[in-house]
Design a binder for this molecule. Structure first.
Ligand code: GCB
Length: 648
């Protein structure tokens, strides 16, 4: 590795091999738990020094950031890239520093029976955290939450305020997920001193910063650390298997109540592990598959323990959807019924905020999904915010939950170091998302070079590990490799395949699509006898560009490509094709290149979420599919027809 890469990474390397500890329950308020959100303006500085290391050399975490130099106001959550006018900051690679002073309620800092936890929803890519200058956490990976117990620090003095400093490095190396490389260009006739670039093999902008909510929350010192729920169905009875982990005390009692949406207790149990049986259970059904989709029960967990200081209670309520998932040779089953994915691939991406979490944007996106008649999406190409997953549970939008394993194309990225990290990321992802009924499949990677020799062992291991972590869900990875060359395909449960006929080759020749797609489907199915999802297809269209007969980049061409795909999908969905996910829901930002026009324009909505012509085409198709393939209940059918914007 070039010395400069080490300089750019710095302490990134300290943390390789950190073991996973504890649960990662979403912080919810309860009679025993409080939370304080730290959204808003933070102080910020990018370390532009040549080795990107001045912040560590001068220990910027020791004193308020404003004392070591000028700072900017930086909104959280947000990417730092697009909020200012500075081109250098937009493209910055290296360490940036965030800081925020927080005043905590007095009880949190004085009651030694209270545990105070700092939680960071996501910090892309590598983060180091200090509280009042004391190192409390490090985390690798930009899309999953991490926490630090800061009770001792905030309860040690008379002050109820604390200073949180977070240093974040967005550098990607062959061993990060996603991987990347740093290239130093040293020809003095061509490049200024210190010039380097971050290369990646994925097609979205490497936004960075504090992308998701940061908060401080409390629990008692004896607390519910983790809950795992899996569900089953036996005739009309719903089965809810639960396992609860407690920290802080060996002696405790647990009571568990399952409440329906009216607040009525429908089942109860005691102890850390058990099965609840729910007669005449309301199942969790996907949107458009049932007249009451997305039914959620509430699992109330009550912990009591005796401590030296007296009795302690902790309460946590988890939403639970009762449903089953299964895969046959040619079907994907939810609650025993064939499910056809008609949906989208998304990105966490928008103007100004980049990958920053934003409630209005989230609600808009779900409005559009429902308008479209989409019943599913894939979290291409990394785990999305927890709040997104919660809305999927509530609205019945089925999720293929993807890891950040995108752009794994270098041989170095198939070595042991990368593999170990990939396994850890899958652990973190499963730990975070295992209880979401909306999540029906894990995707361990997108378009890796799965034909390279080490890819077979690599994917066999990652997929087996994921199945061991969660035997209740199928596992896939998304390929664009030829069916004969793909070394990962034997291990997946569902073949997810991307293709761009008449876009990346045979430009403008719409007449090749049907033949090429049909041949591809047949080859995959003949070789593996597994259900297939068309996990990406599409064409770019610049909103407002019109050309008839269709020409690439016009709205008409985008529509025409989709229509050709749909003809083949309509034949094969009767056999073994179990889904179609358009690339992409909305236009999104990418690196600059002559192939991209201020980002990738394959959205059926613009980046501002306005429809292109293809959105109306897909809307018509998805509602039609919903009416054809839904669970055949006559009342459901009439209801769907009523709500459908079309009259079939
Ligand atoms: C793909 C990738 C996706 C790209 C897309 C494209 O196969 O999975 O990340 O954005 O193609 O538009 O080229």
């Amino acid at each position: 590795m070039h010395a400069g890469v080490w300089a750019a990474l710095g302490p990134l390397l300290w943390a390789c091999g950190l073991a996973l500890q504890g649960g990662m329950l979403y912080p919810r308020e309860s009679p025993s738990r409080e939370r304080k959100e730290l959204d808003g303006l933070w102080s910020f500085r990018a370390d532009f020094s040549e080795n990107r290391h001045q912040g560590f050399e001068q220990q910027w975490y020791r004193t308020p950031l404003r004392e070591s130099g000028p700072t900017l106001d930086m909104p959280v959550p947000s990417s730092f890239n697009d909020v200012g006018q500075d081109r250098q900051l937009r493209n910055f690679v290296g360490w940036v520093w965030y800081e925020r002073e927080v005043t905590l309620p007095q009880r949190w800092t004085q009651d030694l029976g209270t545990r105070v936890v700092l939680r960071i929803g996501s910090a892309h890519y590598y983060a180091i955290v200090w509280v009042n200058g004391v190192h409390v956490a490090e985390h690798e990976g930009g899309h999953l939450p991490f926490e630090a117990d800061i009770s001792k620090l905030v309860q040690s003095g008379p002050l109820s305020s604390c200073r949180i400093t977070i240093a974040i490095n967005n550098t990607l190396t062959p061993h990060t997920l996603p991987p990347g490389t740093i290239l130093h260009k040293t020809d003095p006739a061509m490049y200024p001193k210190g010039y380097f670039v971050q290369n990646t093999n994925f097609d979205f902008f490497n936004y960075a910063g504090l992308h998701r909510p940061v908060l401080v929350y409390t629990t008692p010192t004896t607390y519910i650390d983790d809950i795992t729920v899996t569900t089953g169905v036996d005739q009309d009875t719903g089965l809810v298997d639960y396992q609860i982990f407690v920290q802080g005390n060996e002696y405790f009692q647990l009571e568990v109540y399952l409440l329906d949406q009216e607040g009525k207790v429908v089942a109860q149990g005691t102890g850390g592990r058990g099965q609840l049986q729910v007669p005449n259970a309301h199942l969790w059904w996907p949107y458009l598959m049932h007249e009451h989709p997305a039914y959620l029960y509430s699992l109330e967990v009550r912990l009591t323990a005796q401590t030296a200081a007296g009795a302690v209670s902790d309460f946590y309520t988890l939403p639970v959807g009762i449903r089953t998932v299964a895969v046959t040779e040619h079907q994907f089953l939810i609650n025993g019924k064939p499910f056809y994915f008609h949906g989208v691939n998304k990105h966490e991406d928008a103007d100004i905020r980049g990958k920053g979490f934003d409630w209005p944007l989230l609600v808009k996106d779900f409005s559009l999904l429902r308008w479209l008649g989409a019943n599913a999406f894939r979290t291409s190409h990394y785990p999305y915010a927890e709040e997104v997953m919660q809305l999927c549970d509530r609205y019945g939008i089925v999720v293929i939950d993807e890891s950040p394993g995108v752009g794994i194309v270098l041989v170095q990225s198939y070595g042991n170091e990368s593999l170990q990290h990939h396994l850890e990321v899958m652990e973190e992802l499963v730990r975070r998302d295992k209880n979401h009924p909306a999540v029906v499949m894990w995707s361990v990677a997108n378009e890796p070079a799965s034909f390279l020799k080490p890819a077979g062992y690599y994917f066999k291991t990652v997929i087996a590990h994921t199945k061991a972590l969660d035997p209740s869900r199928p596992v896939t990875f998304v390929t664009n490799t030829n069916y004969e060359a793909d070394l990962g395909a034997p291990y997946v449960d569902v073949i997810c395949v991307n293709s761009y006929y008449s876009w990346y080759h045979d430009y403008g020749h719409l007449e090749v699509i049907q033949l090429q797609l049909a041949t591809e489907f047949e080859n995959w199915y003949r070789t593996y006898q597994k259900p297939i999802i068309q996990s990406e297809y599409g064409a770019a269209a610049i909103a407002g560009f019109h050309q008839d007969p269709p020409v690439m980049f016009s709205e008409e061409y985008q529509k025409a490509v989709l229509e050709q795909y749909h003809l083949v999908l309509d034949q094969r969905r009767k056999d073994y094709v179990v889904g179609e996910l358009i690339w992409n829901f909305a236009d999104f930002m990418t690196n600059q290149s002559p192939q991209r026009v201020i980002g990738n324009k394959k959205g059926i909505f613009t980046r501002q979420r306005q429809p292109k012509a293809a959105a109306f085409l897909l809307r018509e198709r998805y509602w039609k599919l919903a009416n054809e393939t839904m669970y055949h209940q006559s009342s459901m059918k009439s209801r769907c027809l009523e709500n459908s914007p079309f009259n079939f």
